[in-house]
Design a protein around this ligand. Structure first.
Ligand SMILES: *Cc1c(COP(=O)(O)O)cnc(C)c1O
Length: 355
C-alpha cells in the first residue's frame, strides 16, 4: 500500500472553476475545489483525506491560537506551455524546509510520502486549476497547526496538516521602495528567523504598516544586534548588484529564511558568469558604494513574486534611488528562472517534479 491508497477521497459536487475569471487570480484570493488534510494523534499521522474545500472546526482552546505553534510553506506548480504537463518547482527543498520549521517549533515532522503524495494527489484532483497562461501558476499552501484543545504552555499532542491551492497571476510587479528599519527587528540570533512560522509574520506587520504610512512599500530588515547589516526585505530575500558581483546576506546566524528562490538564483547567476558572494553586507557599505556609482541595482526574491526590483532605499532621510535604465541582472535572471519553470528552457538542474 502506498500513502495514496490511504487517502479517503470525497469529491466536490460541482467545480467552482467555471465562475472564476482571470481577474480573480490575484495572489491568494481564490481557492481550488479540494483540500488535503491529515491529523497527528496518538503519536502518528492518520486520517489522510482529500475533501471539498471548506471551513474547518476547531475548539476555542485550540493551542495554535494561544501559543503559536503554526507553520507553513509556499510552493508553485506550473503548466508546461508546450506539453501541458504540470510540474512542481523544487518540491523536495520545500518539504525539507517545512520539517526544519516543524522541528524548531517543537511540532511533529510530516513524513515525506504524506507531504509529497498529499500535494500530488490534490493537484491531480484539481488539475484543471493549474493555469495554462504565461506568468500564471498554481500556488500551493501546505500548513500545520497545533489543534489540541487545552490552555497551557506545553507542546500540543494533536496537530493538523493541510494543503490548499490557489491559482495565481503575476504578483504586484511595481518596483519596491524600501525603508531600512533600524529600530524594530524581524529575527535575532538563536530565534526563529529561519523558520516559516506564523508568528514571524504577525510581528512584522506593525513596523511594515509604519513604513507604508510613510510612503514605502516594504521594510528592509537589519540585524538585531548592531542594526547595521541587511537581512531581508519584507518577506523576500535580497540581492545587491555591484557590477559583475552580486551580494546576498549569508544564512549563518539562522536569522534569514533559506529561500528556495534565493538558492535557485544564486546557481543561475553563477551560471550566467556573475560572482555571487554570500556574506555580511552593511548598510554603510551599500551607501558608500552607491555614492561611488558601483551599486547599480537591487532586488528581492521569493516564490510568490519571483523577483521584485527595488526602486529606492531610504536610511532615515537619505534615500538611494535606483535608475531603472541600469537594471540588467534582476530582469535577466527572472527570464532564466521563468523559462525553466514554464518549460521553454531545459530543466538542467532537475528542479521540476512532474505530476
Ligand atoms: C518564504 C520566505 C522567503 C522566500 O522563500 P522562497 O522559498 O524563495 O519562497 C524569504 N523570506 C521570508 C521571510 C519568507 O517567509
Amino acid at each position: 500500500m502506498t500513502v495514496t491508497d490511504d487517502i479517503k477521497i470525497t469529491r466536490a459536487r460541482e467545480s467552482k472553476l467555471k465562475s472564476l475569471s482571470i481577474e480573480d487570480m490575484h495572489f491568494g484570493h481564490s481557492f481550488s475545489d479540494h483540500m488535503f488534510v491529515a491529523a497527528y494523534e496518538d503519536g502518528k499521522w492518520q486520517h489522510l483525506e482529500i475533501k471539498p474545500y471548506q471551513p474547518i472546526t476547531v475548539s476555542p482552546a485550540c493551542s495554535a491560537f494561544h501559543y503559536g505553534q503554526s507553520i507553513f510553506e509556499g510552493i508553485k506548480a506550473f503548466r508546461d506551455l508546450k506539453t501541458k504537463d504540470i510540474h512542481i518547482f523544487r518540491l523536495n527543498d520545500h518539504f525539507k524546509r517545512f520539517n526544519t520549521s516543524a522541528k524548531r517549533m517543537n511540532m511533529p515532522e510530516v513524513p515525506e510520502e504524506i507531504f509529497k503524495e498529499g500535494i500530488m494527489e490534490l493537484i491531480r484532483m484539481d488539475e484543471a486549476w493549474v493555469p495554462d497562461i504565461h506568468d500564471y501558476s498554481l500556488y500551493i499552501r501546505p500548513f500545520m497547526f497545533a489543534s489540541e484543545a487545552f490552555i497551557g504552555v506545553r507542546p500540543a499532542t494533536k496537530y493538523e496538516f493541510m494543503v490548499i491551492l490557489s491559482p495565481t497571476g503575476p504578483y504586484y510587479s511595481k518596483p519596491m521602495r524600501l525603508f531600512a528599519e533600524r529600530h524594530y527587528v524581524r529575527a535575532s540570533e538563536g530565534g526563529v528567523g529561519f523558520a516559516k512560522n506564523a508568528g514571524n509574520y504577525g510581528a512584522a506587520m506593525y513596523p511594515t504598516s509604519l513604513a507604508k504610512k510613510n510612503g514605502f512599500d516594504q521594510v528592509l530588515w537589519m540585524d538585531a544586534k548592531e542594526h547595521k547589516y541587511v537581512q531581508e526585505c519584507g518577506t523576500m530575500n535580497i540581492f545587491f548588484v555591484f557590477g559583475n558581483t552580486v551580494v546576498t546576506p549569508s544564512l549563518g546566524e539562522g536569522t534569514i529564511l533559506d529561500g528556495v528562490t534565493r538558492m535557485s538564483i544564486i546557481w543561475l547567476l553563477k551560471d550566467m558568469g556573475y560572482t555571487v558572494e554570500e556574506r555580511h553586507l552593511s548598510l554603510d557599505e551599500i551607501e558608500e558604494r552607491y555614492k561611488k556609482g558601483e551599486l547599480t541595482e537591487a532586488f528581492g526574491t521569493g516564490t510568490a513574486a519571483v523577483i521584485l526590483m527595488i526602486s529606492g532605499l531610504a536610511d532615515g532621510n537619505n534615500e538611494m534611488k535606483f535608475d531603472e535604465r541600469k537594471w540588467k541582472v534582476g530582469p535577466a535572471v527572472k527570464i532564466e528562472l521563468d523559462s525553466i519553470r514554464e518549460g521553454s528552457a531545459p530543466d538542467k538542474y532537475g528542479w521540476l517534479e512532474k505530476i
